[in-house]
Design a protein. Structure first.
Length: 273
């Protein structure tokens, strides 16, 4: 199927080598998007998934594709699916728990759409009530000294390229549009921790932190972890970012909190009681 789809796509474009593996599929999708051929890029993604590249459960595949389309997020790199699949499964652990949900750092809303869709699957008619998004909607804040990225390897160079003020910016209007299926989501624009000021006291069963940098990550952990409901979970998306890693380790050392890491680079904090 993958070969058939790719042949169809490339029959409408200048001659090019047909991709046969994950890396080649990623390059092909990027090239198609650069040409403004987003639908063809999505077709390559669909064919790659059908061919078993980065396999995940079928229910997740459907939810993730809906989130990609709704939020206008590019479908590459394929390896990203594994991280979102882990998030999806961790959320599944708290569906029967009491408490609200929050995401800090939503970018275009892909992870929020995925999580909201999972909640709707568990509760027909779910409209987003009890789900809160905290974001500057201006991208990253100014990195501090704790966010310094050392090294000259490819990963370090890639992180340095995006670790700067204003990166990962998406407007509140665009995020609302992508999450229009869930009109009761509570949006809290602003910088962390100022955006926590004046919030009503709540218990949270699940919190997703995708903040990348040291200071906002530490402030979010300081705010949310004490407010976790029994059995609640905090997932930090980017333990492989130096600043976020330092914040997680400092918070956990200070409070005697254990955390686990996932093969996809997340850190997971749980409150047992």
């Amino acid at each position: 199927m993958l070969l058939r789809v790719l042949k169809d796509i490339f029959s409408r474009a200048p001659a090019a080598a047909l991709p046969g593996d994950e890396a080649a599929c990623n390059r092909t999708m990027l090239a198609l998007i650069d040409q403004g051929r987003d639908r063809d890029a999505l077709a390559v993604y669909d064919a790659a998934v059908a061919a078993g590249i980065q396999p995940c459960e079928r229910g997740f595949d459907a939810a993730y594709r809906r989130a990609l389309v709704a939020t206008g997020t590019a479908p590459y790199p394929l390896r990203r699916r594994a991280r979102f699949h882990r998030l999806y499964r961790l959320l599944g652990e708290v569906l029967e728990r009491e408490g609200e949900l929050a995401e800090c750092g939503c970018y275009r809303g892909l992870s929020s759409h995925l999580m909201l869709g999972r909640l709707k699957l568990a509760e027909a008619g779910f409209s987003g009530r009890g789900y809160c998004i905290f974001d500057s909607f201006e991208g990253l804040s100014e990195p501090g000294a704790e966010d310094y990225i050392a090294g000259d390897d490819a990963r370090a160079q890639s992180l340095r390229r995006v670790c700067q003020r204003g990166w990962f910016a998406a407007s509140l209007q665009d995020v609302r549009r992508g999450l229009a299926e869930f009109p009761d989501v509570d949006y809290r624009p602003g910088w962390i921790p100022q955006s926590f000021e004046g919030l009503p006291e709540r218990r949270y069963r699940f919190v997703h932190l995708d903040l990348d940098l040291h200071d906002p990550t530490l402030a979010a952990l300081d705010y949310f972890h004490p407010r976790l409901a029994p059995g609640g979970i905090v997932v930090c998306d980017d333990y492989d970012w130096p600043g976020e890693r330092k914040a997680i380790e400092a918070f956990c050392a200070r409070h005697g909190v254990a955390f686990e890491t996932t093969p996809q680079g997340q850190a997971v904090l749980r409150r047992e009681r």
